[in-house]
Design a protein around this ligand. Sequence first.
Ligand SMILES: NC(=O)c1ccc[n+]([C@@H]2O[C@H](COP(=O)([O-])OP(=O)(O)OC[C@H]3O[C@@H](n4cnc5c(N)ncnc54)[C@H](O)[C@@H]3O)[C@@H](O)[C@H]2O)c1
Length: 411
Amino acid sequence: MKIGFIGLGKLGLDCAEVMAEKYTVHGYDIYPRTSDSVKVCSTPEEMIDNSDWIFIAVQTPHQEGYDGSVPSSHMEPKDFGHDAVKDAIQMVNHFATEPKKIVLISTVLPGTTRRHFYSMLNSEHQFLYNPYLIAMGSVKWDFANPEMVMIGTETGDPSEMEDLIELYRPLMKNNPRYVTGTWDECESIKIFYNTFISAKVGLVNMIQDFALKIGNINVDVVTDALAQSTMRIMGPKYMTAGMGDSGACHPRDNIALRWLAKEYDIGYDMFDTIMGAREVQAKNLADFLVTHADGKPIVIHGKAYKPDVPFCIGSYSTLVGFYVEEHGKTVKYVDPIADNPKDVVDSIDEASIILYAHNRYITYGYTGQYTKDDTFYCDIPEGSVIVDPWRNLPKQNNKYEVIHYGNTRTQ
Ligand SMILES: NC(=O)c1ccc[n+]([C@@H]2O[C@H](COP(=O)([O-])OP(=O)(O)OC[C@H]3O[C@@H](n4cnc5c(N)ncnc54)[C@H](O)[C@@H]3O)[C@@H](O)[C@H]2O)c1
């Protein structure tokens, strides 16, 4: 199979490299990219000529301020931008000299492919919508071990998807479910999957808020019991209260879905409620830091949206930081690879109150690579107070105090 990629960014390049383990893969990006296994072409024409399948992995950006790293629930709902996908489709129309199978893997809201893209593509080509359940930091692993593979076509006829399923089979390591549907159904499965996660995290963090208000409650006792209630309340993932839902996909998807709810006049906006709760939960955490600072500087351990990735897009750390600053306080971050250097410091020089936002075990524990013992990005000065929203750090320590945020049990 001859495979091509338009867009070799954070998603496209890693996915193209996994495919290159089994197939010949050519890629094209408007920015210079390099790869040991993907043949990076200098023109779109070269890539298209060498490909029967063309995967489109270009960005579908949200507008400035709509990623969830600062409050947005008060702002006018907005759809994602579609210009890059439209450019990619025009590229295929312009350069393809024979019918191609076009597979869009970028995230779009339900209804977008039918409304905006399909009519643009020359009719000899097939158009499939095939979004991925992939997270940054583990793109290659997630690609080969997906919970499901969603493939959508105009009518949802499963026979139209057999070739793509065959293409995927040798690449998958976990024999995943293949779900077929219309474009609109697959757009919905992908984006509402993210909403379920945002809602789940919002609910467990709500229990955390109640634990703080009521007292004598360890939020983990409550959520662990709920997590094991598999008769009615799903599985245990995203059932640890802590930092809020974050990253390049989930917050912005829900923020954009506010636009969809309005566009289709659904009559209510659950996304606004979920994202509004996320913001108030961040504010509660910020208030807690300010209240317990007792004159100490406030530091957030981890600025990117999760450990070991540089991306500060959709970061809950910066959302908490925003609310700390609303108190008129300054906030510093320690994060050696954060792509936004504002207020990032290399070390903490005096006793501080530190929010332990990044914890590898919580984020990547499912890959089996981490234990609960985690490390810090820098030395922790004596006399500091660490607010651990994951309740993972040992409390017995003669150097600094550890507060397990969300555990108000007295014994
Ligand atoms: N990054 C992830 O882990 C992830 C996971 C699931 C879904 N997604 C979705 O995948 C899409 C891409 O995300 P990303 O994070 O890779 O974005 P990105 O910005 O990192 O990559 C997009 C790439 O497309 C290139 N590009 C844009 N227009 C082009 C054109 N006309 N021709 C060739 N190349 C072009 C850009 O130069 C860039 O390298 C988005 O819709 C995103 O929501 C991303």
